[in-house]
Design a protein around this ligand. Structure first.
Ligand code: T4K
Length: 373
């Protein structure tokens, strides 16, 4: 099998028609209103509230700042329980709020927080739970809420990968107190860089909007120590254009995922990530697990595929609990996180984006099957 002529990356962004982008830019230039809650920003907030099926939403310049603000807005302190199997941004937002992360193990099937192990991690200092819908797979939201209610804890979800994920038709951004979505260029829906918070309690919006704008209430009053988390008009305009491409992109990714599943179903040692019934997939990543029966381990598959110009990613290796900044925390001890330690050696994200030809997917699968021989 010949290598691909050009690298096949794990993802590629959707790109709006340049003429339409120029038209949007002309409107922005004409208005001379570039940021600070302009018309495009307002329109995108309205549109996304509908698309994500949430009661309220606030846009941000990126997902990480949004998550920092989410924690500020609920006044969390002390300790917050989170998952080690995620992108660095998730635990990092805690020390930025002077909070200690407490790592809890993950569930073997969903790879999200193991809700059954949460209670063991709660101490008198715990104020919240920060779950991650990793690869767009929902956390066990009902059980997590039940534990949170029993102990009076707040629940925040990192839904960076979960744009469009739904549980029985209910938008994923409606669970818990606040959810954060990332609109980074690598995401199914993007605004170049960007993000949003969604929440059920409409009273949170004024506080969140103040926090993302330096705490400025009016020309003469600054009422809280806010930050600059504002999305600008160019980002919002790109978002409005990308919304038009969303359904098409989802449909193409759906076909690609089906093609991978069909091709890899009977390869011993390769396990695909199954989305349970009732869950609408976000099609953000296509992850496989490479088990011992495959013969080659995950790292070897990653290296071999690179020789064919297939650039896969080991999201999310290493575990956050293994970063030098967190390693010494008692909860970061590998004995506390056996499932996460096993999973993180097996996961591999294969290329997934609408522009990927089905022929290329077939070829990638053939390369994987050949590696097995
Ligand atoms: N929470 C979770 C669970 C997250 O996954 C993330 C972000 C966040 C929070 C924070 O949200 P933001 O603050 O970012 O809104 C990428 C993204 O930069 C990051 O946003 C994302 N998660 C993470 C999973 O992936 P890298 O370091 O893997 O990116 P990079 O530059 O290696 O890009 C990956 C591939 O994407 C490239 O090989 C090619 C392609 N690509 C990338 C970019 C930037 C393009 O084709 N075009 C592009 O412009 O982190």
């Amino acid at each position: 099998m010949k290598p691909f002529d050009k690298p096949i990356y794990v993802t590629r962004p959707i790109l709006a028609d340049l003429n339409e982008v120029n038209q949007e830019l002309e409107e922005i230039w004409e208005s001379q209103w570039l940021t600070n809650g302009g018309a495009k920003h307002q329109k995108l907030e309205e549109e996304l509230t509908k698309v994500l099926k949430v009661p309220a939403l606030s846009l941000f310049n990126n997902g990480t700042i949004a998550l920092i603000v989410a924690i500020q807005s609920l006044r969390l302190s002390g300790e917050v329980i989170t998952t080690p199997f995620t992108f660095p941004a998730t635990p990092h937002v805690l020390p930025w709020n002077d909070i200690n992360p407490v790592f809890c193990d993950i569930d073997e099937n969903t790879l999200t927080l193991d809700a059954e192990k949460l209670e063991k991690a709660i101490t008198p200092k715990t104020t919240g739970i920060l779950g991650v819908h990793v690869y767009g797979m929902p956390c066990n939201v009902h059980k997590i809420q039940e534990v949170a209610d029993r102990y009076g804890l707040r629940v925040i979800y990192d839904a960076a990968h979960a744009f469009g994920t739904e549980i029985d038709g209910v938008g994923i951004g409606t669970f818990g107190d606040i959810s954060m979505f990332s609109f980074h260029s690598t995401k199914l829906f993007h605004t170049l860089e960007g993000g949003a918070l969604t929440f059920n309690n409409p009273h949170l919006k004024p506080r969140i909007d103040l926090l993302k704008n330096f705490g400025i209430k009016n020309e003469e009053e600054v009422v809280m120590p806010g930050i600059n988390g504002k999305m600008n008009e160019v980002q919002a305009a790109i978002g409005l254009l990308n919304l038009k491409l969303l359904d098409g992109e989802r449909a193409k990714r759906h076909m690609i995922v089906d093609c991978y599943k069909e091709n890899l179903a009977d390869v011993p040692g390769i396990r695909v990530f199954e989305i349970p019934e009732g869950i609408r997939n976000s099609y953000q990543y296509f992850m496989i697990r490479v088990g011992p029966e495959f013969g080659l381990n995950r790292d070897e598959v990653h290296t071999e595929l690179k020789k064919y110009n297939v650039i896969t990613r080991k999201y999310f290796y290493p575990l956050c609990s293994d970063y030098s900044v967190y390693r010494s925390l008692p909860s970061a001890h590998p004995e506390n996180l056996p499932v996460a330690h096993k999973i993180v050696k097996e996961v591999l994200c294969l290329p997934l984006y609408g522009g990927l030809e089905l022929d290329s997917v077939d070829r990638i699968c053939e390369i994987i099957r050949d590696l097995k021989k």
